[in-house]
Write a protein that binds this ligand. Structure first.
Ligand SMILES: Cc1cc2nc3c(=O)[nH]c(=O)nc-3n(C[C@H](O)[C@H](O)[C@H](O)COP(=O)(O)OP(=O)(O)OC[C@H]3O[C@@H](n4cnc5c(N)ncnc54)[C@H](O)[C@@H]3O)c2cc1C
Length: 530
């Protein structure tokens, strides 16, 4: 029952945020879901049904980039995809790609970013468990990755969107600040630079050119087929995979599955690459590793495929797990920036975050610190100004002439709420926020009633993706808990985060996945045949 209730809550971020137009109908398959497969490894069969140098499991963003690189390096490539179509969440995403260090688009708008500046920001932002070596590689090669994507047909929107945007309009795309770059303390650690690069047409237009590139290469693809169990030889090397074909796609219920059916054994002469996404649609895995997020909405495209199958396959051959307790639950106070002039208070009436912070900071604190509770408090001038700037408001849960009276509507102690507002006002008048370092631009005393309270808790909608996965080397080789490479096994994307196992800023999933998908493809193609 819990599984069904959970899947019924599924939502697409684009629909949910209402910011990027239609397309990602995350509710389409709610309640159906895919069957979980047993991931235990197998011995090599007497006969193989298929054979390729490189076998890619999961043909989304990371998988397609892996296939392209492997094929361009001369390897024969077979890509196995569980759903009816290629693209995964990447093609349903907002399409922001986190790139910097001096991309042509940054330069065009006069932003003098450097790899070092990008590295300094990302190391501070991505948290203590992120791999600094991979952040360095990503920062140093980010311009190269921009070139690789654009040379393969990705066209980023040319406009720069100033101020606080969750993402540029879908029909235009463009460049924006897509994380906490301009928020203190990050703005003191690295010069704030916009790094969110987005094409017009969002994720569909990140993915379509990559798919078109892949279609011109000798890459064999099999759809409606799921990778289930890795095949391992006596030495412990991964030499293939058992897949199951004829899997109906709940995201495309009327599609005819391909003719193949049943168990199929695929030999991988050089390597298997697991690129099956995360596990936000697997309530059992969430309950085990990241139970806080069961109260939030798992985010995904129509097929809701992120059930952790790749992570479980990796685990089955001894892969080390990396940060499975982290997710990115988004709750944005902005846009517009005027909305950040409110204060957010918790279940006792105290502030708990700088209101202009990136949505993961806000959402994660609401879920993990506040037990799902948060209230947004405005006075009349800040409310009117935010409304005039285009801010979205639901019905207030309370309106009162004084802060003390407002407290009753959100069930907090009047003295605590009054104290919170009075301390905030005192500091805001001096342009300071010593508690949460909100920028002066968003500091306006809340003094003029009526005061308004809005529900901002988890029940008003917080969507999330999981962040953790398999631990890999910088070449996307999967490693075990002793740091040893598991021969023949590679992974990337949300199955094996490169720079963002703990924290996400918009663009870092598609950026990271496409980048390390490419690394996996190159490394597998360069491996010796078994
Ligand atoms: C609505 C929405 C908006 C988003 N916006 C952004 C954004 O703007 N920027 C950003 O960086 N991130 C964004 N994200 C997150 C981002 O899209 C994903 O984290 C990222 O695309 C994951 O890439 P991937 O290659 O790991 O997985 P995917 O692109 O999802 O590909 C995984 C593929 O594996 C297939 N698969 C799964 N299991 C199996 C199996 N056992 N066998 C065979 N195939 C399998 C799936 O069907 C899928 O095609 C968004 C996500 C959503 C849902």
């Amino acid at each position: 029952m819990i599984v069904k209730e959970f899947l019924n809550k599924a939502v697409s971020r684009r629909g949910f945020l209402g910011s990027a137009g239609a397309g990602a109908a995350g509710l389409a398959a709610a309640g159906l879901g895919f069957q979980q497969a047993d991931a235990a490894p197998l011995e090599p069969p007497a006969n193989w049904d298929y054979e390729a140098d490189v076998v890619v499991i999961g043909y989304g963003g990371a998988g397609t980039c892996a296939a392209i690189e492997a094929a361009e390096a001369g390897a024969s490539v077979l890509a196995i995809e569980k759903t009816t179509t290629a693209g995964g969440n990447t093609s349903h995403s907002g399409g922001i790609v986190y790139l910097g260090g001096g991309t042509p688009l940054q330069k065009m708008h006069g932003f003098d970013d450097t790899p070092e500046n990008m590295y300094n920001y990302l190391v501070a932002q991505m948290g203590p468990t992120a791999d600094k070596n991979r952040i360095q590689i990503y920062s140093e090669q980010s311009v190269g990755h921009y070139d690789w994507l654009t040379q393969r047909g990705v066209v980023f929107g040319q406009k720069f969107w100033e101020g606080k945007v969750v993402q540029p309009p879908s029909e235009e795309g463009g460049l924006s600040f897509s994380g906490n770059e301009a928020n203190s303390p990050y703005s003191e650690i690295a010069i704030p630079m916009p790094r969110g690069h987005m094409p017009a047409g969002a994720g569909a237009q990140v993915y379509a050119p990559l798919k078109a590139t892949a279609d011109k290469l000798p890459i064999q693809t099999i759809y409606n087929t799921q990778g289930e169990r890795l095949v391992v030889d006596k030495s412990g090397a991964v030499v293939g995979i058992q897949v199951r074909s004829g899997i109906p796609d709940p995201g495309v219920p009327n599609a005819t599955p391909v003719a193949l059916s049943g168990e199929i054994f695929v030999k991988a002469n050089k390597g298997v690459i697991l690129t099956t996404g995360g596990f936000q649609f697997n309530p059992e895995m969430l309950a085990q590793y990241a139970p806080w997020y069961l109260s939030a909405f798992p985010l995904g495209g129509p097929s809701q495929v992120d059930d952790g199958s790749g992570i479980k396959m990796g685990q089955s051959v001894g892969a080390a797990l990396y940060d499975l307790s982290f997710a990115s639950p988004w709750k944005f106070v902005y846009a517009p920036g005027e909305m950040c002039k409110c204060i957010l208070v918790d279940q006792v009436g105290a502030r708990f975050v700088g209101e202009s912070r990136y949505g993961q900071d806000v959402g994660d604190l609401i879920i993990r610190r506040n037990g799902g509770v948060a209230w947004q408090i405005f006075d009349t001038p800040t409310y009117e100004a935010a409304k005039a700037a285009g801010g979205f408001f639901s019905e207030p849960v309370g309106t009162a002439d004084t802060v003390e009276e407002l407290a009753a509507s959100i069930n907090v102690d009047p003295a605590i709420l009054a104290n919170t507002v009075s301390f905030y006002n005192e500091q805001a008048k001096q342009g300071k926020d010593p508690l949460f370092l909100k920028h002066e631009e968003f500091l306006t005393p809340l003094e003029t009633g009526p005061f308004l309270a809005f529900d901002f808790g988890v029940s008003t909608g917080i969507a999330f993706i999981t962040l953790g996965g398999l631990r890999c080397t910088e070449n996307a080789e999967v490693i075990n808990s002793f740091g040893e490479i598991i021969p023949g096994l590679y992974s990337a994307g949300k199955t094996a985060p490169g720079i963002n196992p703990e924290y996400y800023v918009s663009g870092s999933a598609v950026g990271d996945g496409t980048f390390w998908g490419r690394a996996a493809g190159r490394a597998a193609a360069a491996a010796a045949s078994r």
